[in-house]
Design a protein around this ligand. Structure first.
Ligand SMILES: *Cc1c(COP(=O)(O)O)cnc(C)c1O
Length: 229
């Protein structure tokens, strides 16, 4: 795995440097969990229009403080608890981590009454990883008919987070597996499941995800520095 190099430059310079290496088809999403408002404004000033948060509550608080940034798209990237689904629908335009059928069905039911429908991604694990949420490839294929009944879910593609400690070659192969799965699903032409988006790649592995054809990268530390955990 490519390791994360020490940060240099301002947030805006880092964003510009990374953008220069990205194909135009890749959407850079700034992961702003634990990131102060001032740093988010700096990212916005550098052209970022996509912010991602892991927690509904943190996003809600920041949205209050950033109300004047009306053209931002908000992405939820963390595991969604079932008691937060309604709030998540109100706060986020994209929900990246639909990770099981029950959650998908609950979201679908609540989204039915929602004026603004979310766009969603299904979280998949190309490699076994007991520490992460998400479908295995086999389980996702099994659940597709039921997911296709969820007409308010607006499934747009797949999301993945790779396990730690892979070599670059292993990581590219795993990302490619997810890309291939998206193509396989797309070929089924299910009316309520689209597969044009792939949310793959974080600070340590985004360039490998780009090689494997991702359309969205989720960058936190490489833009804003280490988080206090
Ligand atoms: C925190 C987080 C990221 C960003 O990770 P970095 O290593 O800081 O780039 C991306 N995706 C998800 C799901 C996350 O929780």
């Amino acid at each position: 795995m490519t390791t994360f190099s020490p940060l240099s430059g301002t947030i805006s310079e880092r964003i510009q440097q990374i953008r220069q290496t990205l194909p135009a088809s890749v959407r850079l999403i700034a992961v702003t969990k634990q990131v102060p408002i001032a740093a988010m404004r700096e990212a916005y000033a550098a052209g970022v229009r996509d912010f991602a948060e892991s927690r509904v509550q943190e996003a809600e608080a920041k949205q209050m403080q950033l109300q004047e940034l009306t053209d931002v798209t908000w992405h939820l990237i963390g595991h969604l608890q079932s008691n937060k689904v309604q709030k998540a629908l109100e706060c986020f335009q994209w929900i990246h981590a639909i990770d099981d059928l029950k959650l998908a069905q609950r979201l679908n039911r609540l989204a039915a009454d929602q004026p603004q429908k979310p766009q969603t991604l299904l979280q998949v694990k190309p490699l076994p990883d007991p520490n992460k949420y998400g479908w295995t490839i086999a389980d996702l294929l099994n659940d597709l008919p039921a997911l296709n009944q969820c007409e308010h879910l607006n499934v747009r593609g797949l999301m993945t987070i790779l396990p730690y400690g892979l070599s670059a070659a292993e990581a590219v192969a795993a990302f490619q597996q997810v890309h291939t799965l998206a193509n396989t699903i797309r070929d089924q032409h299910l009316p309520h499941i689209q597969m044009q988006a792939l949310s793959m790649g974080m600070s340590d592995d985004y360039s490998l995800a780009v090689q494997a054809g991702t359309t969205m990268i989720r960058l936190g530390r490489i833009l804003f520095g280490d988080r206090v955990t």
